[in-house]
Design a protein. Structure first.
Length: 104
């Protein structure tokens, strides 16, 4: 496996920076230089996007049981549908036979 070289390193321990959103190195706890940290505006954008997605997940989680309940298929409806399909196929077959009789 090819090693990936980190773009930013901690000045204290020289290990790769794992999260540029935090002010300290996650390995040694040293303060990260300003040029390594993300701009506060970018951090705010990420947090807003994360909050928006969490809100959507929460709404979907509330909606899911209701949707699952309403989308259940009644087995009798499936049987009725299959029977109707068979009847249609039989009618088509009869129509084709009658057409063949007319043409011959």
């Amino acid at each position: 496996m090819k090693d990936i070289e980190p773009k930013f390193r901690c000045a204290a321990c020289n290990r790769g920076v794992l999260n540029r959103s935090v002010a300290r190195c996650l390995y040694c706890g040293a303060n990260l230089p300003e040029e390594v940290k993300l701009a506060p505006e970018l951090i705010a954008q990420r947090e807003a996007e994360h909050a928006r997605r969490e809100e959507i997940r929460a709404r979907l989680a509330l909606r899911s049981p209701v949707q699952a309940e309403s989308s259940r298929i009644n087995p009798l409806d499936v049987i009725d549908g299959v029977e109707a399909g068979i009847d249609v196929i039989a009618l088509l077959g009869d129509g084709i036979s009658a057409l063949g009789d007319l043409l011959s």
